[in-house]
Write a protein that binds this ligand. Structure first.
Ligand SMILES: Nc1ncnc2c1ncn2[C@@H]1O[C@H](COP(=O)(O)OP(=O)(O)O)[C@@H](O)[C@H]1O
Ligand SMILES: [Mg+2]
Length: 281
């Protein structure tokens, strides 16, 4: 059923609608047919004028050549239109499941083959590390090797399954402990697998290997030592990549600003680590 009509002046990127369905509001996705094609829009703002509700809509994805037609009926967008408009075309087989679109029953898969470099940005506490944890689980499930530089010791929780399944998100609790090797200072992190002092003696093939996620937990170590460990490890991994001694893998750099940002520290070890880390990017 129509939720409103296009009113007034339109462009190829936006229009205003008079809303007739009072359950529709800000951030709802709508669709409209124009010149034989369906377009996806989002209601960015709603204004009240007397007892009339006006929604300001902007196009997401493809825009038409000719402005939208005033008087056209608009509808709540179907899942299909939302998927196409947002470019959510990846299937389960070739994707990493990261959850559902907010307030929608639309599962989202990130395309593994197109990921290459990924930046997760947001304010502190926004959920960056959590999101990375979800992506890490998905990579482990697919058997893709991972090395996680874990400045705060947050990723060892990947070894512990969630307490309850989530029917809403269609996920079963699972421990990935059998696929994870965690290096850490064992005095601070007794739950880790191997003391970080042994990292230098490990073969690169045992650090990066199919079906394996290696966590380098730096919690409790002095800053200088953290730089030294990361620099030395990544230098070895870079050399191993060059001679194809190890398979392709994902490097996760939580708190990336520490190891790849601008540092005021003049220390050569810090400088060299930052240089090596940046070569990965
Ligand atoms: N999608 C989510 N569902 C439930 N809790 C979450 C979600 N994302 C983050 N959290 C929780 O919010 C808090 C902050 O998340 P975190 O990933 O550490 O933030 P950031 O790395 O951006 O600083 C943590 O306690 C985390 O468990
Ligand atoms: Mg974090």
């Amino acid at each position: 059923m129509s939720i409103g009509k296009i009113e007034g002046i339109t462009s190829t990127e936006s229009f205003t609608i008079s809303i007739t369905d009072m359950n529709v509001g800000r951030n709802d996705y709508i669709e409209v047919e124009h010149e034989g094609k369906k377009y996806l829009l989002i209601i960015k703002d709603v204004k009240r004028c007397g007892n009339k509700l006006l929604g300001e809509c902007i196009v997401i994805g493809q825009t038409p050549k000719i402005p939208f037609s005033p008087g056209s009926d608009v509808y709540l967008a179907s899942s299909d239109t939302i998927r196409k408009g947002l470019g959510l075309v990846t299937t389960e087989e070739e994707g990493l499941y990261i959850g559902k679109l907010k307030s929608k029953d639309i599962m989202i898969w990130l395309p593994i083959k197109k990921l290459t470099r990924v930046f997760i940005v947001g304010k502190p506490g926004a959920g960056k590390s959590y999101t990375m944890g979800v992506i890490a689980e998905e990579l482990i499930k697919k058997g893709i090797p991972l090395v996680i530089i874990d400045a705060h010791g947050e990723y060892s929780s990947l070894k512990i399954p969630a307490e309850t399944p989530s029917e809403e998100f269609k996920i079963e609790p699972k421990s990935y402990a059998n696929n994870i090797i965690e290096f850490a200072d064992l005095t601070f992190n007794p739950g880790a697998d191997i003391d970080i002092s042994s990292l230098d003696n490990m073969k690169v093939e045992d650090i990066v290997s199919q079906m394996q996620c290696t966590i380098i937990n730096l919690r409790g170590l002095p800053t200088y030592e953290q730089y030294s460990i990361v620099g030395k490890l990544l230098k070895r991994l870079l050399e191993a990549i060059m001679i194809m001694q190890i398979p392709p893998f994902y490097l996760v750099l939580d708190e990336a600003h520490i190891f790849a940002g601008r540092s005021k520290m003049k220390d050569p070890v810090v400088k060299e680590t930052i240089e090596i880390v940046r070569r990965f990017a």
